[in-house]
Design a binder for this molecule. Structure first.
Ligand code: SF4
Length: 360
C-alpha cells in the first residue's frame, strides 16, 4: 500500500531541467509505477495542463497526491473585470491569502499579458498605485507562470487569441525578485518546457542596475524595458525614489554597453504635466535615448485615489512627443490608455480588494 508522500514544492519552482528527475523520484518514493512520470510530463508540457484534477489518464490517488504537493494550484482567479475596449483585469488569490493582479490587453491578433512579480513593491514610484503598498513578498516562479497559464487558458476558452506576448510590468519590480523571475522565464521559453518565443517577452525594470546585465546574459533574446520617466537627475529622484541607489549615469552606462547585445531597449516614460514634460526634459530624454539606442514609449498616467499627479491630455503628450522627436531620430511612440473603466493601472484592484497591506 502506498504511504502518503511528504509535502513537496511546486514543480515549477524548480528548474525545468529537473522535471524528469523530480517526477521519477516522487514516483519511486510513493511506489507509483515509473511510467506515471512520463504521463505527468506529457500532461504538463505537451497539453499544458497544470491542474492535477484534469490529468484524466492518471488514477485518482495520484491526482490527489499531485494536487497536494507537486502541482498544488499556485494562483486562483478570484475576480475578472471586463473593459468595454476588451481589456481584462484579473485579481489572483495566492495560497497564503494575498493577492496580485494581471491585465490582458487584446490588439488585433495579439493578446498581451501584463504579469505581477511581487506582492506590493519596494520601489515606491510616486505615480504608481502599487508603489503605495510597500513590499509584502516575492512571488514564486509557479505563481508567475500560473498567471500566464490561467489567463491563456481562460481567454482561449472564450474563443480569444490567448496570451501571445508577456510583459513583466504588473505589480512589483521584477529585478528585485531576480531568481523567481528568471526561473519563470526559463519555464515559459525553454523548448523543453512551454516553448514561448523569448522575443515575445519584455521584462521591465525601474533601473536595478546590478541585475540588468545578469538578466540579459541569462535571457539574451528577451526585450528590456526601462521605466525612465525622466532623464533629469532631480526630476527622476522625485518620481522614482530608487534612483538614490542607482543613479542615472550608472543606468545609462549599463544600457549603452548592452545596446549591441540586447534585442531592444524601450524607455518607458509616463508624461506628468508640469513635472517631466518641458523642453529641458525632452532634450535630456533625447540625449539619453541616443546613447543607448532606446525606443521611447510615452505612456498615459492612470490616476488613482490620493495620487500626487494629474493625467496628461492627448495634446500634451503629442506636444512632448514632437519635441523629443525633434532631437532624436529613433522611435518615439505614445501609447493609448487601455482599460481605464476597470482600473487598468497596476495595483488599483488589489488596493481596492483590501489586500494591499496584508503583508506589511
Ligand atoms: S512602477 Fe513598478 S517598480 Fe515602480 S512602484 Fe510600481 S510596481 Fe514598483
Amino acid at each position: 500500500m502506498n504511504t502518503p508522500s511528504e509535502p513537496h514544492g511546486h514543480l515549477i519552482d524548480f528548474a525545468p531541467e529537473e522535471l524528469d528527475q523530480r517526477l521519477s523520484e516522487w514516483c519511486k518514493q510513493n511506489q507509483f509505477p515509473a511510467y506515471r512520470s512520463r504521463q505527468i510530463r506529457d500532461h504538463l508540457i505537451d497539453q499544458r495542463v497544470l491542474l492535477a484534477s484534469e490529468m484524466t489518464s492518471l488514477p485518482k490517488t495520484i491526482r490527489e497526491d499531485l494536487a497536494k504537493n507537486l502541482l498544488a494550484p499556485a494562483v486562483t482567479i478570484e475576480t475578472v473585470l471586463r473593459s468595454t475596449d476588451g481589456t481584462l483585469k484579473f485579481l489572483f488569490r495566492l495560497k497564503d491569502g494575498k493577492s496580485v493582479e494581471a491585465v490582458w490587453i487584446p490588439t488585433q491578433d495579439r493578446g498581451t499579458l501584463c504579469v505581477s512579480s511581487q506582492v506590493g513593491c519596494a520601489a515606491g514610484c510616486t505615480f504608481c498605485a502599487t508603489g503605495t503598498m510597500k513590499l509584502s513578498r516575492n512571488l514564486t516562479s509557479s505563481e508567475i507562470v500560473g498567471q500566464w497559464h490561467a489567463v491563456d487558458r481562460m481567454t482561449r476558452e472564450e474563443g480569444k487569441v490567448g496570451v501571445t506576448q508577456i510583459v513583466f510590468m504588473g505589480m512589483g519590480e521584477p529585478l528585485h525578485n531576480f531568481s523567481a523571475v528568471s526561473r519563470s522565464l526559463h519555464w515559459l521559453t525553454s523548448p523543453d518546457a512551454f516553448g514561448m518565443s523569448p522575443r515575445r517577452i519584455t521584462v521591465s525594470t525601474v533601473g536595478i542596475v546590478p541585475k540588468i546585465r545578469p538578466l540579459i546574459e541569462e535571457h539574451p533574446q528577451i526585450r528590456l524595458a526601462v521605466s525612465l520617466h525622466s532623464a533629469v537627475e532631480e526630476t527622476r529622484a522625485r518620481i522614482v525614489p530608487i534612483q538614490s541607489k542607482h543613479s542615472l549615469s550608472e543606468l545609462l552606462d549599463t544600457l549603452s554597453r548592452l545596446r549591441n547585445t540586447i534585442r531592444r531597449i524601450s524607455l518607458e516614460y509616463v508624461v506628468l504635466p508640469g513635472v517631466n514634460d518641458d523642453v529641458q526634459e525632452a532634450l535630456a530624454l533625447a540625449a539619453f535615448a541616443r546613447k543607448c539606442h532606446g525606443h521611447i514609449n510615452l505612456l498615459p498616467f492612470h490616476p488613482f485615489e490620493g495620487a500626487p499627479f494629474k493625467a496628461a491630455d492627448d495634446e500634451t503628450v503629442e506636444r512632448f512627443r514632437e519635441e523629443v522627436s525633434r532631437h532624436y531620430d529613433g522611435q518615439v511612440t505614445a501609447r493609448r490608455s487601455r482599460g481605464l473603466d476597470i482600473d487598468g493601472a497596476c495595483g488599483q484592484l488589489a488596493l481596492k480588494s483590501g489586500d494591499a497591506s496584508s503583508g506589511q
